[in-house]
Design a protein around this ligand. Structure first.
Ligand code: ADP
Length: 364
């Protein structure tokens, strides 16, 4: 079993700055968890605490049924893959993968078997005799993964492993790492600042800000039910639109008032906000050109189109409506022109409402 459990973990660096104030996180055995958040939010610190590369100021860290606060990195049964690959330049691919096992005095035939098995899975067999400098970035990263694999660790820790690769290779490696996770059936903890990487790879995603977990859930739940404006804005691309709107009552029904629309909100959680301003959230892909055929309930607005960005079958529209800037991702339509008014519709069922002061979600 290699579940990982943080219990009230605090990390204060030697300079006196507390970057993790109180972390409680339960990662299940064999799960692929992605830690995501903006630069400096404490993702690497969290990962490095699991690895034992950073000490824990207080609290408890468990791997399986073992309290590991004071266990040396080499005794934790984990393997870490870094952004920089950290391969030995003077060693061949084979030797790079074999080296850690040789240090542990593993018999030569077993080392050979493990290296060849990893090379096969990672499609590195043709390169075993090469030195790292004669490999592409993607191949080097696969060697780094192979070096971790041969040790049969209980936990894989990956710190931005794809950031040095170009966009196409990154997409390919994402799929390969996800497939590797399935095949190895071990716990993976993966750090990235890239929400697309997080969304496509993680069983669950832990969104962090200033050392504090904002939400820890499946990609689909984070996308559909973000708990606050930070998560709502961080997950999804282009980013969710945030619009100031007022809550009013039409008879028994609460409505969000914005531009030409009075959008009914059925959730009772909205009731205390009648007469107040709230933030309405809607994703660009949930705004359509008027005339868009769906059965969804719609609310219309008129906006001025500033920029049209054609992506092929779709286009991003950057518009202004009552002084507020919005982005819509709509199906391509050549009749829509810049510097003209455009009629858009919101898919009413996809609207999120947030408290203006606390930024917490009121309802979805
Ligand atoms: P992330 O991985 O999310 O970018 P980090 O965990 O690397 O964030 O860093 C979190 C915060 O801790 C940052 O403000 C960073 O400057 C600080 N930090 C990281 N390492 C050290 C260190 N060795 N000493 C002091 N502060 C550090």
């Amino acid at each position: 079993m290699a579940n990982i459990s943080f219990k009230n973990v605090v990390k204060t660096y030697d300079n006196g700055v507390t970057v993790i104030p109180d972390l409680n996180l339960e990662i299940e055995d064999k799960e692929f968890v992605v830690l995501v958040g903006p630069s400096g939010c404490g993702k690497s610190t969290t990962l490095r605490m699991i690895a034992g590369l950073e000490s824990i100021t207080s609290g408890e860290l468990w791997i399986g049924d073992k309290l590991v606060n004071d266990v040396a990195p080499k005794d934790r049964d984990i393997a870490m893959v870094f952004q920089s690959y950290a391969l030995y330049p003077h060693m061949t691919v084979y030797k790079n993968m074999a080296f850690a096992l040789e240090l542990r005095k593993v018999p030569k035939d077993i080392i050979d078997q493990k290296v060849r098995e990893a090379a096969k899975i990672l499609e590195l067999e043709p390169y075993l005799d090469r030195k790292p400098k004669a490999l592409s970035g993607g191949q080097r990263q696969r060697v780094a993964l192979g070096r971790a694999m041969v040790r049969d660790p209980k936990v894989f820790l990956l710190d931005e492993p794809l950031s040095n690769l170009d966009a196409k290779l990154r997409t390919e490696m994402r799929t390969q790492i996800a497939a590797l996770h399935k095949r190895l059936a071990t716990t993976f903890v993966y750090v990235t600042h890239d929400q697309t990487e997080a969304m496509t790879m993680g069983d669950r995603i832990c969104v962090m800000k200033d050392g504090v977990i904002q939400q820890f859930d499946t990609p689909q739940t984070l996308y559909n039910y973000p708990c606050n404006m930070f998560v709502a804005g961080f997950i999804g691309s282009p980013q969710m639109n945030f619009i100031q709107a007022k809550v009013e009552k039409d008879g028994d029904v609460c409505v969000l008032v914005f531009n030409e629309s009075r959008i009914p909100v059925k959730d009772e959680a909205i009731l205390p906000y009648v007469g107040k301003e709230v933030i309405m959230g809607i994703r660009p892909e949930d705004i359509h050109l008027e005339g868009f055929e769906t059965s969804c309930e719609k609310a219309s607005i008129t906006a001025r189109l500033n920029i049209r960005e054609v992506l092929g079958s779709e286009m991003n529209l950057y518009v202004t409506c009552e002084g507020q800037k919005l982005t819509a991702k709509v199906l391509y339509d050549g009749n829509v022109k810049e510097d003209e008014d455009v009629k858009l519709v919101f898919d009413v069922n996809k609207i999120h409402v947030f408290d203006k002061d606390t930024e917490a979600a009121i309802c979805h």
